[in-house]
Design a protein around this ligand. Structure first.
Ligand code: PMP
Length: 363
């Protein structure tokens, strides 16, 4: 089989061992004669898969007992509506939501929230083309906001929070789609964490929501029942049929991460991988990354060729070297190497070796 290193931003590479195990179990899960895809979500086998998957996520992230784990559908973009529909109801209407605007994905959250609440952009890095995270002491928060929303890692801009903000008693909500499980965080500092699965967790189609229990039960009347967190929690993520196969794969990924030593071990290697990439980028002016060191994403490394007319050649020659899906997001151009948990350090080394060779050839 052709060996490639897959730098896709998502759906992204999964650990090879997980793909292999899924292949081995595809037609006959543990002697049942059934594929997981064919199992009733209420049957004994899948009930066990679901329970183990949730238990392992709780262990990996040290999720306190007063938080529910919801396994939903709709992705992070649906959560941009689901979050306000579940959280603003606790406040007199119209409620205000505070946002920190750090790039493309926080902007999407802001746009959607306008339908459900007053929006206050408490801080923005627009002045420098969304290349950094505004310092906490510059944020202009609303005293009784329904919640404060941040995107901990801007997948397109390659800008990542290097701190967990203290916002007092106001609930802190985080879109962690592209950084979940990549670094240790203190879940108790957040009221809600949500993430699409398709970067560090598993296939697209599964959305993880981690929510503090006291926030349940305030959904707006317009909130679809399937997206009312209280109903989802009361039905153990079985209010509707959950995305069973992605949940199963997520469970295999969680076990894989546990075997590697958990999130702390992932973080250690992610620091090394990111340092390799950025140290190299900083050592040459053939390639450019403008994000200040403290806010450089460990997961998504965007860079530009100084001579952009070489972009097509770069992508094509990288592919010939087995380095695939390096093209940057269409809104910003350039390149982007997404180096999630499943990217081994050898993949980053191979990328740098190719980039050096490419520079020699065309500089
Ligand atoms: N937020 C972030 C940080 C993302 O990276 C993405 C997807 N790349 C989304 C939201 C949107 O996710 P989805 O398309 O699964 O709804």
């Amino acid at each position: 089989m052709k060996h490639v290193y897959n730098f896709s931003p998502g759906p992204a590479a999964l650990p090879k061992e997980v793909i292999q195990q899924a292949a081995d179990e595809m037609t006959n899960w543990r002697g049942t004669g059934l594929s997981v895809m064919e199992m009733s979500h209420r049957g004994r086998e899948f009930t066990e898969i679901l329970a183990t998957t949730k238990r392992d996520l709780r262990t990996l992230m040290s999720i306190p007992d007063n938080y529910k784990i919801l396994l939903m559908q709709g992705g992070a973009i649906a959560e941009n509506a689901i979050v306000p529909m579940n959280l603003v109801g606790k406040k007199p209407q119209p409620a205000t939501i505070d946002f920190v605007h750090t790039g493309h994905w926080s902007e999407k959250s802001i746009e959607e929230a306008h339908k459900y609440a007053k929006v206050n952009v408490a801080a923005s890095s627009e002045d420098k083309n969304f290349s950094y995270v505004p310092a906490r002491d510059t944020w202009k928060l609303t005293p009784d906001a329904a919640y404060v929303h941040i995107c901990t890692n801007e997948t397109i801009g390659g800008v990542e929070f290097d701190f967990t903000p203290d916002v007092g008693d106001v609930p802190l909500v985080a879109d962690m789609s592209s950084s979940i499980l990549s670094r240790e965080i203190d879940v108790s500092k957040f009221a809600v964490i949500y993430a699409g699965a398709q970067k560090n967790i598993g296939p697209a189609g599964l959305t993880i929501v981690i929510v503090r229990e006291d926030l349940l039960g305030h959904a707006l009347p317009i909130c679809p029942s399937a997206f009312d967190w209280k109903l989802v929690a009361d039905h153990d993520s079985m209010f509707n049929t959950p995305p069973t196969y992605p949940i199963y794969i997520a469970g295999l990924v969680f076990q894989h991460v546990l075997r590697q030593g958990g999130v702390a071990a992932m973080e250690k290697i992610n620091i090394k991988k990111a340092a390799l990439a950025y140290d190299y980028l900083d050592s040459t002016d053939f390639y450019i990354n403008r994000v200040p060191a403290a806010n450089r994403s460990r997961m998504n490394v965007p860079f530009f060729l100084k001579d952009e007319s070489l972009n097509q050649k770069f992508v094509a020659e990288a592919e010939q070297h087995g380095l695939v899906q390096l093209k940057g997001h269409s809104s910003v151009g350039g390149m982007r190497a997404s180096i999630y948990n499943a990217m081994p350090i050898e993949g980053v080394q191979a990328l740098i070796a190719f980039m050096q060779e490419f520079e020699k050839k065309y500089a």
